[in-house]
Design a protein around this ligand. Structure first.
Ligand code: SAH
Length: 213
């Protein structure tokens, strides 16, 4: 498990590709440049780690495409010390990006195997979220709410109301909405009862499922 100059070179190329695709946050690009994505997928597939594609991980899930990670993170405008809830820990890669941006990260995963592996991996690589939780993200984390930002990494058929209500006033949630080809949706909580919604284009995610496995 090494991060070599070859990996660093491949990351540099990936970052250049993300810039071409429109990612303009220096902080986010810098996080991607420095996080060894190949250590978040199984060894045999190391060669795929720096291609801008989603890739299968355990439990029939995927590690999100680097562009998607960069896009969701950039749109949320993560700032130092933001309290951020991530739904769908998966490989832990998006979690690491949020930690690298100095956010206080809470992340939930419903697949026990992924939960266990990612917790170990993040710990081993020195990324320290505030909490990695095994549970159903539809419920959010009421005991730690409210959050500045919520980032959902699986596609939901509609916007989970419980998550909206765990946002601070002025807080933002980014969530792909729809069945197969989801619409990336940004919602800003304007007041106790008022929410503003923006649609940001089509993406492909694995589905957000109810309850735990
Ligand atoms: N952020 C991850 C993306 C993983 S894919 C990464 O970059 O690797 C989406 C993840 O959401 C999967 O691991 C899936 O198991 C998880 N998921 C789906 N429904 C969920 C739910 N209701 N609560 C928590 N996690 C969920």
């Amino acid at each position: 498990m090494l991060d070599t100059s070859k990996h660093k070179g491949l990351r540099k190329r990936l970052v250049e590709e993300l810039i071409k695709k429109g990612i303009d946050s220096r902080m986010v690009l810098n996080a991607i440049l420095n996080i060894p994505r190949h250590l978040f997928i199984d060894n045999d597939f190391e060669a795929h780690a720096y291609i801008d594609k989603a890739f299968p991980i355990d439990s029939n899930q995927t590690i999100s495409q680097p562009y998607t990670v960069a896009f969701q993170t950039t749109i949320l405008g993560i700032e130092k010390n933001d309290k951020v809830l991530e739904i769908g820990t998966g490989s832990g890669y998006q979690t690491a990006v949020l930690v690298k941006l100095n956010a206080n990260v809470y992340t939930i995963e419903r697949q026990h195997l992924l939960y266990r592996k990612s917790m170990k991996r993040l710990n081993f690589l020195g990324y320290s979220p505030k909490l990695v939780k095994y549970g159903d993200g539809y419920l959010g984390l009421p005991e730690h709410a409210p959050f500045d930002k919520i980032l959902v990494t699986a596609g939901a058929s509609k916007i989970p109301k419980k998550l909206l209500l765990q946002l601070k006033i002025g807080g933002k949630i980014i969530i792909p909405i729809g069945e197969l080809n989801q619409e990336m949706t940004l919602i800003i909580r304007k007041s106790e009862t008022k929410f503003e919604k923006k649609k940001l284009g089509k993406f492909n995610f694995v589905p957000m499922l109810k309850k735990t496995n």
